[in-house]
Design a protein around this ligand. Structure first.
Ligand code: FE2
Ligand code: FE2
Length: 190
């Protein structure tokens, strides 16, 4: 099976992540006085923690960024350092949502309000982050990295023995993204 260029495959994952960010935003703009959609947020959290963080950010932090490091971009400063830092802020938002989910599911208005704040923060952060990667960081990588580095990345991304990134995981979470999108659309709301 042929795999897309590593930058192309990271960009495709961005499109899937954006679909779930949009779905979460639609759920957040629903009537705040209605029951809190705890099940939706649990599934969205699973998507962001597994697909966006463990799978996609793994490919960036463990594969692309080190390759960029070898190409002269420092790991802890400049554009790569900034991307790593934003991944950390994203993780803090996800923890902020996770720790309040049980109280929110029980109807605690403060917990629901905090989840709204954390989720909006996460949506804004990730949208900007994705734009920076697509338009700036990945473009730098395309200019700076050798064909041999991209071949190595392509092989790493195609490693089916890696449970963080294999095709089965991708298929499962892309199906979840489609479900979450469907659930968030007005016709699914009763
Ligand atoms: Fe990233
Ligand atoms: Fe990314």
């Amino acid at each position: 099976m042929s795999h897309p260029h590593p930058v192309e495959s990271l960009m495709q994952e961005h499109r899937v992540i954006e679909r779930v960010l949009n779905a979460m935003e639609r759920m957040l703009s629903r009537d705040a006085a209605g029951p809190f959609p705890a099940e939706f947020f649990e599934k969205a959290l699973d998507f962001f923690r597994t697909y966006a963080d463990r799978c996609h950010h793994f490919k960036e932090e463990e594969c692309l960024f080190p390759a960029m490091g070898r190409g002269g971009f420092p790991a802890d400063a400049g554009p790569v350092g900034m991307m790593r830092y934003e991944h950390e802020i994203g993780r803090a938002h996800l923890s902020g949502i996770r720790e309040r989910l049980p109280a929110a599911a029980a109807g605690d208005r403060d917990a629901i309000e905090m989840i709204h704040q954390q989720a909006f923060g996460y949506i804004q952060l990730l949208r900007g982050h994705i734009q920076k990667e697509d338009h700036v960081l990945f473009q730098m990588a395309l200019h700076a990295l050798s064909a041999a580095e991209f071949d190595a990345l392509r092989a790493a991304f195609a490693d089916e023995s890696n449970p963080r990134i294999n095709q089965a995981l991708h298929a499962r979470y892309e199906a979840l993204a489609a479900d979450l999108e469907k659930e968030s659309l007005p016709e699914a709301i009763h």
